[in-house]
Design a protein around this ligand. Structure first.
Ligand code: IPM
Ligand code: MN
Length: 348
């Protein structure tokens, strides 16, 4: 029995979560997958229900969870909250110790024409961004905000860099054995340490080819030649920016999933997109990134590979059949629930 903690969150979060859970409910009996769901209010919903985005009862539930599935959080409603939903998310990442955030980007052949870039530039792209998630500017001290002065600190220890580098090399060993490490070592001290530690860890992986790139050049290369890359590893803030950039290459922000992993304890799975409050409640949100987050969970937390592959294939078949959500084809689209039903039909 697997315990899955669901945090639907805010905006479109609850809708896309419903889609993913419907797919899970349909697939599980076909593969003998037995699970129990527990739902908690997190993010803005947590503020509304518990007065805090990451309340103690959610922390307790994490102790019993085998994996955490998160929808999306945030929205203008909580802009002035004393603790914002985003702070809850950062606190949860730290609490779970999920230092490795994995964001895969595979451009779907049927959707390459939707990319803001020329089809021949993006088609064939199959890369994964490994973003360090619990260090750097997001958590570094000192930080202060005064009337006329403010500062943040990018801090990294050798141990923090070692473990994320190792994670990236291990990921590359299961893929095309190429790692691109992204830093700003021509300027930043934290990046100089980053680069030298990555070089040291690389010695443990002679089968993997390592290259280094400055983050500005990487931002450019992602839109000029994305198919050149296999595993891109980088620090927290650079990874945040580059993964948003990468996420639209495949045609829609609604396609990119993510998994966050620590040394032990439950992993966290969530779409890379936000809560899109402007389209919430209209049954038009694209559930694909959420469904892909679900299949990442099945694969990496539960080893339910056949089931995950079948669901991924059902999504693929549905897209190939021409059935689209509104973001993918504004002229001819299905509602999110109808589109999800097509996936479930394809699964059967
Ligand atoms: C992400 C998001 C978060 C981040 C925000 C919501 C704090 O942009 O998961 O990429 O910056 O990490
Ligand atoms: Mn982001």
């Amino acid at each position: 029995m697997k315990n899955i903690l669901c945090l639907p969150g805010d905006g479109i979060g609850p809708e896309i979560m419903k889609s993913a859970l419907a797919v899970l409910a349909a697939a599980a009996p076909m593969y003998g997958f037995v699970y129990e769901l527990r739902e908690e209010a997190f993010g803005g919903a947590g503020i509304d229900r518990h007065g805090h985005p990451f309340a103690d009862c959610v922390k307790e539930a994490m102790g019993r969870a085998d994996a955490v599935l998160l929808g999306a959080i945030g929205g203008p409603k909580w802009d002035d909250a004393s603790v914002r939903p985003e702070q809850g998310l950062l606190a949860m990442r730290k609490f779970l110790g999920v230092y490795a955030n994995v964001r895969p980007l595979k451009v779907h052949p049927n959707l390459a024409y939707l990319s803001p870039l020329k089809e021949d530039i993006v088609s064939g792209t199959d890369l994964v961004i490994v973003r360090e998630l619990t260090g750097g500017a997001y958590f570094g001290e000192p930080r202060e905000l005064l009337e006329d002065f403010a500062r943040d600190s990018i801090t990294y220890s050798r141990a923090e860099i070692e473990r994320i580098a190792r994670y990236a090399f291990e990921t590359a060993m299961k893929r095309d054995r190429r790692v691109t490490s992204v830093d700003k070592a021509n300027v930043l001290a934290s990046s100089k340490l980053w680069r030298s530690v990555v070089c040291e860890v690389a010695k443990e992986y002679p089968a993997v080819t390592l290259e280094h790139m400055y983050v500005d050049a990487m931002a450019m290369a992602l839109v000029t030649n994305p198919k050149r890359y296999d595993v891109i590893v980088t620090e927290n803030l650079f990874g945040d920016i580059l993964s948003d950039e990468a996420s639209v290459l495949g045609g829609s922000l609604g396609l990119l999933s993510s998994g966050s992993f620590g040394a032990d304890g439950p992993a966290l799975y969530e779409p890379a997109h936000g809560s899109a409050p402007d389209i919430a409640g209209q049954n038009i949100a694209n559930p694909i990134a959420m469904i892909y987050s679900l299949t990442m969970m099945l694969r990496y937390s539960f080893g339910a590979t056949a089931m995950a592959d079948a669901i991924d294939k059902a999504v693929d078949d549905t897209l190939r059949s021409g059935a689209m959500t509104k973001d993918l084809n504004p002229d001819e689209w299905l509602s999110a629930t109808d589109w999800t039903q097509r996936v479930i039909d394809a699964l059967r």
